[in-house]
Design a protein around this ligand. Structure first.
Ligand code: HEM
Length: 315
């Protein structure tokens, strides 16, 4: 297992961004500074073997792999109502022999709102609540969007995020490009997506208004008692020239795609507190996978460590 070091470390920017996340969502000691509300579940990943042609990564070959997953809501507020229109997360830790793990962290939108860590810092500055109204100043947000045209697709995705029927009826994207390496060290750029086997299902505003503040975890408990919760791991294969360094840009729809495996969620973990403390880190990789040159991806491990450090010290 390796947590790949970033090319350029930005320790001060990571601290600045975590401070700003606290300002935008509020400070909740002991909780993640983003995706604070969530729960962890046992799971198993069943690889199809289709990825083995492109990567030697141990969890993508053929044998079933035990996994732990965490479903979450985007906000840093752990009490946020589930019927809020905002992104949801699906984080997966694949457990390999010898205590090794590799993580895949995904959200319910295909692109991000910033192409660089610095631009995301500027976005948070624009999203800061005005001290008199308690809400972001629409004029400041508009200015950010004008100055960062590349953010428009991500901002639109945030605005139109569906309110899901269930955590099990959402499509989740890992957003960034990753690099797969085969036995000959040949490199292929890929992007991951979890496709829900239950289909994508969302609530109308009227139906959502009837839902309880915790309906997503309640619904998942009921669903797991009576049926299987499953996702297929779809992997888009880049063609030469497809950008790997920009998580605000999609690759064309006609790129080849493989189904790398099936994730079956089986039930809640017994030790919820232990698993919730864990840091799910998109840069925790195994041989056969490398980080792409996406600066946001390379930065995430640093900023997650700052948040993890604070919350595990009860701050
Ligand atoms: C510069 C960009 C980003 C910043 C500053 C940021 C910040 C954070 C922070 C502080 C946490 C809490 C970490 C912890 O305490 O364990 C977090 C969690 C999370 N982030 Fe990000 N994030 C960024 C980009 C992204 C992107 C592009 C995605 C899309 C996949 C994403 C998805 C998630 C998810 C799903 C979680 C919850 C992980 C879990 O279940 O533990 N983030 N983020």
């Amino acid at each position: 297992m390796s947590v790949q070091p970033p090319d350029g470390a930005h320790p001060q920017l990571a601290v600045d961004i975590v401070d700003r996340l606290e300002w935008v969502s509020g400070l909740y000691p002991g909780y993640r500074r983003a995706h604070a509300k969530g729960s962890c579940y046992r799971a198993v990943f069943l690889p199809t073997g289709a990825a083995a042609e492109y990567t030697t990564a141990a969890h993508l070959q053929g044998d079933p792999v035990p996994a732990t997953v965490r479903f979450s809501n985007f906000s840093g507020n752990p009490y946020i109502w589930d019927r809020t229109r905002s992104a949801r997360g699906l984080s997966v830790a694949f457990h390999l022999p010898g205590g090794v793990a590799t993580d895949l962290v995904s959200v319910s939108q295909p692109v991000f709102v910033a192409a660089t860590p610095q631009a995301f810092r500027n976005f948070l500055e624009a999203a800061e609540p005005n001290m008199f109204t308690g809400s972001p100043d629409p004029e400041v947000v508009r200015r950010y969007a004008t100055e960062h045209a590349e953010a428009m697709r991500g901002l639109r995705a945030v605005k139109n995020t569906p309110i899901p029927v269930s955590y099990a009826t959402i499509r989740y994207w890992a957003v960034h490009a990753f690099i797969w390496l085969d036995k000959m060290r040949r490199r292929t750029a890929v992007r991951y997506r979890w496709e829900p086997e239950a289909g994508v299902q969302q609530l109308s505003d009227e139906r959502a208004s009837e839902k309880s503040p915790t309906y997503l975890s309640d619904e998942l408990a009921d669903r797991l008692a009576s049926t299987t919760v499953a996702f297929q791991l779809k992997v888009q294969i880049a063609e030469p020239g497809d950008p790997t360094d920009d998580c605000t840009v999609l690759w064309p729809n006609d790129r080849a795609e493989i189904t790398a495996g099936r994730l079956l969620v089986t039930g809640p973990v017994e030790d919820q507190a232990k698993w919730d403390r864990r840091m799910f880190d998109p840069t925790r990789l195994v041989p056969g996978i490398e980080l792409s040159d996406d600066p946001v991806l390379r930065f995430r491990g640093q900023v997650y460590s700052v948040s993890h450090g604070r919350r595990t010290q009860g701050k």
